[in-house]
Design a protein. Structure first.
Length: 84
């Protein structure tokens, strides 16, 4: 764009056919909800924005790191289908 940044858009259908059962299933943009992706995206945004503007995404990143660390005391990641 005019600011020299790359913007990527990936449009997908909301409902898809399950590859095994053939049932209609709702497609979720899951990579946004994965802790490794979400926390690092906030932290990367904080670095890119820098200065005072970077404090907001940095705060979100720290919040989610603390949230996921706290939740891991109650539920192991394996219970959510994580391989780690």
């Amino acid at each position: 764009d005019e600011s020299g940044r790359l913007r990527m858009v990936n449009s997908q259908p909301w409902v898809r056919k399950h590859p095994v059962t053939g049932e209609k299933v709702f497609f979720v943009h899951i990579n946004v909800l994965v802790k490794e992706s979400m926390v690092y995206d906030y932290e990367r945004t904080a670095v890119l924005w820098g200065g005072w503007r970077g404090l907001v995404p940095l705060a979100y990143g720290l919040y989610y790191r603390a949230l996921f660390a706290g939740l891991s005391f109650f539920w192991p990641e394996s219970s959510f289908g994580s391989s780690s």
